[in-house]
Design a protein around this ligand. Structure first.
Ligand SMILES: [Zn+2]
Length: 235
C-alpha cells in the first residue's frame, strides 16, 4: 500500500447510484475539485428503488434523489453531473451503456476515471455487492480500455481519448490510499445530502464516515484516507 498524491486536470467519476460517489470517493473528488481539477460525475441509475418501505412511490423517490444528487455534487464542487436514468437494478454492461460512457469520456477527456471495482462480489461474509455496482464497473472498464481510446470503436461518439489511470473503489485489492484529511468534512456533508438514504442521524453518519476513513488512512499514516485499486494504463 502506498500513498497516492495526484492532481489531474480533469477526472470523471462513474458510479451506479446517486450516493455512491460520495460514499466511495467523496474526499478525493472534493480535494481535486478544490484544487482546480474539472470533476465530472456520471450516475447510471435513477435511485428509484432505494427504499425498504413498500409504500414508497418510485417516481417520487427518483425526483428526491435527483435533487439530493445535485446538492451533493455541488458540495463536492463537481463541474458537471450526468444522470443516465436507468432504473435501479436495470444496469447491464451492454453496448448502449458502453457507447454512452465512451461518448462522455471522449467529450470530457478525463485523465483519471474513478469508479467501482466490478471484481469485488462478497464483503466480509455479510454483504453481496449490488449488481448495479458490478455492471457499472465492468461497463466503465470496457469503455475506458480499450473502447474510448480506439477510434474504430463507436466512431460516431467523438475523437478517441486515452484515459491515463483508473482508480477503483470498493475493491478487495487496494494498492493506493489518498489522504483526504482536508476534505473529510465535505465528504460527510455530501453523504448527508442523500437524506432519503440515511440510516441514522447526522452524528451517527459522520462517525461511520470518519471510522471508515480512519481505517483506510492508517496504512499510510493519514488521519483520513480513501483506498483504491490503481491501474495506470500503458499506451
Ligand atoms: Zn449503490
Amino acid at each position: 500500500m502506498r500513498a497516492l498524491r495526484l492532481l489531474p486536470q480533469s477526472a470523471m467519476a462513474i458510479y451506479a447510484h446517486p450516493d455512491d460517489a460520495d460514499v466511495a470517493a467523496g474526499g478525493l473528488l472534493a480535494q481535486w475539485a478544490n484544487e482546480g481539477c474539472a470533476v465530472h460525475l456520471v450516475v447510471v441509475c435513477d435511485g428509484s428503488k432505494g427504499s425498504h418501505t413498500p409504500q414508497t412511490d418510485p417516481g417520487s423517490l427518483r425526483e428526491i434523489r435527483r435533487v439530493e444528487l445535485q446538492l451533493a455534487a455541488d458540495l463536492l464542487g463537481a463541474k458537471s453531473v450526468t444522470c443516465l436514468d436507468r432504473p435501479d437494478g436495470g444496469v447491464s454492461n451492454d453496448e448502449e451503456l458502453r457507447a454512452t460512457l465512451v461518448g462522455l469520456i471522449r467529450q470530457h477527456r478525463p485523465e483519471v476515471v474513478v469508479g467501482p471495482d466490478p471484481t469485488a462480489t462478497f464483503f466480509g461474509g455479510v454483504y453481496v455487492n449490488h449488481r448495479d455496482h458490478r455492471e457499472t464497473g465492468w461497463a466503465l472498464l470496457d469503455a475506458v480500455a480499450p473502447a474510448a481510446a480506439m477510434p474504430l470503436y463507436f466512431p460516431t461518439k467523438g475523437e478517441a481519448h486515452q484515459v491515463g489511470r483508473l482508480l477503483l473503489s470498493g475493491t478487495h485489492e487496494p494498492d493506493v490510499v489518498v489522504d483526504v484529511s482536508g476534505t473529510i468534512d465535505t465528504k460527510v456533508q455530501a453523504v448527508l445530502a442523500h437524506g432519503s438514504q440515511l440510516a441514522g442521524d447526522a452524528e451517527e453518519i459522520r462517525d461511520v464516515v470518519y471510522g471508515r476513513a480512519e481505517q483506510a488512512g492508517r496504512p499510510v499514516g493519514a488521519a483520513f484516507g480513501e483506498a483504491f485499486r490503481s491501474v495506470e494504463l500503458a499506451f
